[in-house]
Design a protein around this ligand. Structure first.
Ligand code: GLA
Length: 745
């Protein structure tokens, strides 16, 4: 259907507006409801949910302009019509003063554009104006058009009822009769109220050191968070949080936050303009990008999410977690809790075989593991990381009878069976590469840079897509596989695609990811019970885009239990503990007790990766006890509200997290002492999120509370008096459960 027939023309707005009536203030704040309204007199759009209001309007120049974003306002509040910015001097043209929802590059724009196009005739001026709008349930879309050319942009808005987080994306349609080149495409811009004391919080990292939290004052100019790596990367993660003044803390203060749902090269720019207005623009990375859009075609950007919390950085994280668990992950809002997993990688490396894996599986089952995963090494000539990727047949020397005996054994032990794959890669030493050297990303006649001895298959190619989907379908058809760990162990280099026209080569950044998502979507549709873990040599591809297709994420190859506290702290700024795999391994040696290792891993979705062949009977017994304990608290850990009581930070001596179940009937607390200095007592843990008047019973499932701590007390007691953990020595840990025993008065 053509837009013209679907969208309401601007001239009809007055009539349509009558159907959008404001509802009462109380109802606006109600969880579970989204209200979309349009004021035809002022041409102001408004979305309200979960005590957040998002307001924008059509200004006098027909541009779409942000009016208000933040804490929910009264239903009766009205806004004056949007007024385009007034240029103060000839150096700052009016267009640069306006807070655009979505701006084309043209008309003298110096700010980061949302869309930049080069037309065949060399014209590069794009000025978008409002045409019409449409509502579909809670969703709102706005049609914009260039002032003279048949370039249409539909801006989509959807507000999440539970969190008030706004999802935005754009569709660019070419009706000009000739192709044009999209050189830059963002999903949209979020604009913050004018202010001068904003701070950006963001995540950085590298292999085995992902998820460091940083902050930086926002001053005049631009801070760019990005990946030019072809995939999400860990140097930056596509997440931002911006606090409004220096008094903001974990639990207090206003915070704007958001994340981009894209697993390819991306960019989020945070720009303070010359008038102290802050614009956050997120979308595809424009570097080395180009997409030739033919007439009649539509290009869709990824989604960019933006939210607001008045409860500090912790509040922002909790809203992100809620959004992910309730509306993004497969099966949401009814996704399964994560099973306790065993993974062979750190125990056996590439030396996997039938007998060895069966022995590990028996041990894993005996301590309560629910899913056994065989990692790298089972296929082709994969005896180390120099060979085999691309040859997805079962290695006949290691598994002379195929995978069936192992899988049957794992199932007979009552566990699910999972398998490691790295579908997008090829080792030059493989049958696949010998047969199809042209299938990798490359520039003709140029070197092909290897990372971990491997090259990237060009998944944008239809034949490569068919090959990857085909081998995975065959693997799943021939074996009773319940779970795939989907790995991706390098970033791009030489991103050439020689078989398409030079005009289309740079679309590889987009087409690759589209095919990546397409394969995952098809596999999930064909195998509804299959679960998938997203992994990229650790946490290099965690984002809201791939999250629609994976049930859990591997945050880092670093499994040292103390380093992990930092890594997990950073991960949970943006992503839910319920998706965060955390294994108990042997990393870090004898400095760590087994309970410390377990408690560190119990902060997320528990797994075990230690060499169980070396565990003494007492260690097996401790593991069994703590796995059983974890199963009783995992609902709260994986679905509850996370409070960073003592955030893990570099150089911090302590760290403590609390998880409160949604019904506030249970809370779980983990407390870690990393280094004891001068015999100070462990800080008092002032719990959060409990029901003040209810009574909660305290149980220490590991370690203990200080002598004299009551076994039961009110929520108020635990929150205002606090809980004192008896932790005296470096690398000690304690775990507590609080259960509501009476509702109080
Ligand atoms: C990556 C993963 C590890 C493991 C190895 C196997 O590094 O992050 O967990 O699967 O590959 O080669």
């Amino acid at each position: 259907m053509r837009f013209n027939s679907v969208f309401r023309c601007a001239c009809q707005l007055a009539v349509i507006a009558a159907s959008f009536l404001y509802v009462g203030r109380a109802a606006l704040g109600q969880a579970g409801a989204v209200h979309v309204s349009f004021d035809s007199a002022t041409r102001v759009f408004r979305m309200d949910a979960a005590d957040v209001s998002y307001v924008f309007g059509v200004n006098d120049l027909q541009q779409l302009q942000t009016i208000y974003w933040g804490q929910g306002l009264a239903a009766g509040d009205r806004f004056p019509a949007a007024q385009s910015g007034r240029g103060f001097t000839a150096f700052d043209l009016p267009i640069n003063v306006t807070q655009h929802e979505f701006a084309g590059w043209g008309g003298g724009l110096y700010l980061e554009p949302d869309l930049k196009i080069t037309f065949l005739d060399g014209n590069r001026d794009l000025v978008l104006q409002f045409v019409s709008y449409k509502t579909d349930g809670d969703a709102l879309s706005i049609l914009m058009k260039d002032i003279s050319r048949e370039v249409y942009v539909t801006l989509h808005y959807a507000m999440d009822a539970e969190t008030g987080i706004v999802r935005r994306w754009a569709e660019i349609e070419n009706r000009t009769g000739a192709p044009f080149l999209i050189e830059q495409a963002a999903s949209g811009s979020f604009n913050l109220p004018r202010g001068s004391d904003y701070h950006l919080h963001f995540l950085t990292g590298r292999w085995a050191g992902e998820w460091s939290v940083h902050d930086e004052a926002i001053r005049g100019g631009k801070i760019v968070l990005e990946s030019r790596r072809g995939s999400t990367g860990s140097q930056n993660n596509p997440f931002f949080a911006i606090d409004c003044d220096t008094s903001t803390s974990q639990e207090q203060g206003n915070v704007y936050f958001g994340a981009l749902a894209w697993s390819g090269s991306w960019q989020i720019s945070v720009e303070q303009d010359a008038f102290q207005q802050v614009h956050v623009t997120g979308g595809l990375n424009a570097f080395d990008f180009g997409y030739r859009l033919k007439s009649g075609e539509t290009f869709e950007t990824p989604a960019f999410y933006g939210g607001f919390s008045e409860h500090g950085l912790g509040g922002a994280s909790r809203l992100m977690h809620r959004l992910e668990i309730d509306s993004i992950v497969p099966g949401a809002p009814h996704a399964r809790l994560r099973p306790v997993l065993y993974n062979s990688w750190e125990a056996t490396g590439f030396n996997v075989d039938e007998a060895g894996q069966i022995a590990l599986a028996e041990k894993a089952a005996s301590i309560g593991v629910e899913r056994f995963v065989m990692d790298d090494g089972w296929f082709g000539q994969r005896n180390n990381d120099h060979a085999g990727l691309g040859d997805w047949y079962v290695n006949p020397r290691k598994f002379p009878h195929g995978l069936k005996p192992l899988i049957d054994k794992v199932h007979s032990l009552g566990m699910e069976f999972g398998l490691w794959v790295e579908p997008e890669m090829v080792n030059p030493d493989s049958d696949l590469y010998r047969k199809h050297p042209d299938w990798v990303l490359n520039f003709v006649g140029r070197p092909r840079t290897e990372g971990r001895n491997q090259l990237m298959l060009n998944l944008a190619r239809p034949d490569v897509r068919a090959y990857v989907l085909g081998f995975l379908e065959k693997l799943l058809a021939e074996n009773q596989i319940d779970f795939l760990k989907w790995d991706y162990n390098r970033n791009w280099s030489e991103p050439g695609w020689p078989t398409v026209s030079p005009d289309d080569e740079k679309s590889v950044y987009y087409e690759y990811i589209r095919n990546f998502y397409g394969i995952l979507a098809q596999l999930r549709a064909e195998h509804p019970r299959l679960e998938i873990e997203g992994c990229s040599g650790g946490g290099s591809r965690v984002d809201l885009g791939v999250m629609r297709y994976v049930d859990q994420d591997w945050p880092s190859d670093n499994t040292n239990p103390a380093d992990r506290l930092l890594i997990q702290n950073g991960f949970t700024y943006a992503y839910s503990p319920g998706l965060m795999m955390a294994w108990v391994t042997d990393s870090g040696g004898s400095a760590f007790s087994l309970p410390f290792r377990f408690l560190s891993s119990m902060e997320g979705a528990l797994g075990v990766g230690a060499n169980l062949n070396k565990y003494a009977p007492e260690e097996m017994a401790t593991s069994k006890r703590l796995i059983a304990e974890y199963k009783t608290i995992r609902q709260t850990v994986q679905r509850g509200a996370l409070y960073r009581l003592l955030p893990a930070e570099p150089d911090s001596q302590h760290s403590a997290t609390e998880y409160v179940s949604r019904d506030r009937n249970e809370a779980v607390v983990f407390a870690f002492l990393l280094s004891q200095l001068e015999h100070y007592a462990y800080p008092v843990l002032k719990l959060r999120g409990l029901d003040e008047n209810a009574t909660y019973k305290l149980t220490a499932f590991e370690g203990r509370a200080m002598g004299g701590t009551p076994t039961s007390a009110s929520g108020a007691y635990w929150m205002y008096h606090g809980l004192e953990a008896a932790l005296d020595d470096s690398f000690e840990a304690a775990g507590f459960k609080l259960e509501k025993v009476s509702a109080g008065n």
